[in-house]
Design a protein around this ligand. Structure first.
Ligand SMILES: *Cc1c(COP(=O)(O)O)cnc(C)c1O
Length: 415
């Protein structure tokens, strides 16, 4: 399903709503999500899981707006969190604590306490000192911690190095040699209950083979555990499925899951997934307005009102987002570097894009639903944009634009 389409009069729309209407109502820049696209992405996962015992744990860090978390919670999703802040968000959004898995290499005592008190499904433990701390914190408050060990399968996910997590050189998880002693240790801790195993090899992965290779290693290891009397309640296969930004051939969700299930064969163990990008990436966009068209001797710049502080991916990973003018024009098509007003040369959203545009036009930066707003900052004292969700012909404001005053409201002078 494509998020946008041109109406006959040349206006770009999301669901039944022209983007010009949204810009008129909420201003720019503005994050625009589609309820239908969010729901369709979740249902695709759900349908491909039919007949298996599974839990789809949405990776909150991809987009943590409460309305989106609430939408997924209503559809029955679980959640993969990486901080106490995300835990609080999920609970505030009506997410079920017993469907939450907690990942991340740096869990603090405070975060552990909050997650134990909430009664989450599982801590995905990433090191021995973390296991020791968790055991101690659980003992302190008289609760038992359900635990998976995150194993690092040393598999090259063939993705951008900043989002590869399954290589021995990465900070995530523990190697196989370390994992078995760690499981043995976990079994001896009275306030720890071993429930599963976890693997997550990276993000924006566009081939199925690395997932299959990781699963192979997990199954092999689960068999070793089984032979030593450690029975697991679930296998957590992580997230990382890629989406199409430009011309990537990302696997269909149904193919990806069918291949994994086929590799699982007759094993009847509960399977957890932690998709983030695949659920929200293509369900959102960043709407921005051209402030200036600036022609130079070497390059032409379309200076827009969104910037790297809003959408960091191009600056951080040289990531590609399709850029589509919101109104069709008959003016000459020229190559523009689409840049923001932030004082960094990395502040670009797209380079050398052939666009037929005029000053004041609106542009849609597509596939920006994942790692967009959630990675944004207030750099250059720029308030974060509004977030809206289109639902048919209606549009709902789910986060108002920040005010400039709110950015420094809690700051204090020296005495
Ligand atoms: C980021 C992350 C995910 C989600 O990754 P996507 O590529 O967005 O699917 C899942 N699990 C863990 C542990 C993560 O860190």
């Amino acid at each position: 399903m494509s998020l946008t389409y041109f109406r006959e009069d040349g206006a770009l729309c999301v669901e039944s709503l022209p983007l010009e209407t949204i810009a008129g109502q909420y201003g720019t820049p503005c994050w625009v999500y589609s309820r239908a696209a969010l729901e369709a992405a979740y249902r695709e996962f759900e349908q491909a899981c039919a007949g298996r015992e599974t839990l789809i744990c949405y990776a909150v860090k991809a987009n943590s707006n409460l309305a989106i978390l609430n939408l997924f919670a209503r559809l029955g999703a679980g959640f993969d969190i990486v901080s106490g802040g995300e835990l609080a968000r999920v609970l505030a959004a009506g997410g079920a604590a017993h469907k939450i898995v907690f990942s991340g290499v740096g869990k603090t005592e405070t975060e552990m306490r909050a997650a134990l008190a909430a009664g989450i499904l599982c801590f995905n433990v990433e090191s021995e000192p973390e296991l020791e701390r968790l055991s101690r914190v659980a003992d302190d408050i008289g609760l038992t911690a359900p635990v998976s060990i995150r194993v690092n399968p040393d598999i090259d996910a063939k993705t951008h190095p900043y989002i590869a997590t399954g290589l021995s050189e990465n900070k995530f998880g523990v190697g196989y040699e370390e994992a078995l002693p760690l499981y043995r240790k976990a079994l001896r801790l009275p306030r720890v209950r071993v429930v599963g195993i976890d693997v997550h090899i990276g993000s924006q992965i566009t081939a199925i083979e690395p997932f299959l290779a990781a699963l192979d290693r997990v199954l092999e290891f689960a068999d070793v555990l089984d032979a030593t009397g450690i029975r697991l309640e679930h296998l957590d296969l992580g997230g990382g499925l890629g989406i199409r930004y430009r011309d990537e051939e990302a696997p269909a969700v149904s193919d990806y899951l069918a291949r994994l299930f086929s590799a699982l064969g007759e094993r009847r163990v509960k399977i957890l997934f932690e998709p983030g990008r695949a659920l929200v990436g293509n369900a959102g966009m960043l709407l921005t307005r051209i402030e200036y068209l600036k022609r130079g001797p070497v390059k032409n710049f379309a200076v827009v009102d969104a910037a790297m502080n809003d959408l960091l991916r191009p600056a951080l990973y040289r990531a590609w987002h399709d850029i589509v003018p919101v109104r069709r024009r008959t003016v000459e098509r020229v190559d523009w570097d689409v840049v923001g007003p932030v004082c960094e040369s990395a502040d670009f959203l797209g380079l050398e894009r052939p666009l037929a545009v005029e000053q004041g036009d609106l542009l849609a930066l597509l596939s920006a639903g994942a790692y967009g707003m959630s990675m944004s900052s207030n750099y250059n004292s720029r308030p974060r944009p509004a977030e809206v969700i289109v639902d048919g012909a209606a549009v709902h404001l789910v986060r108002p634009r920040e005010s400039v005053e709110s950015l420094f409201a809690s700051e204090r002078f020296l005495p």
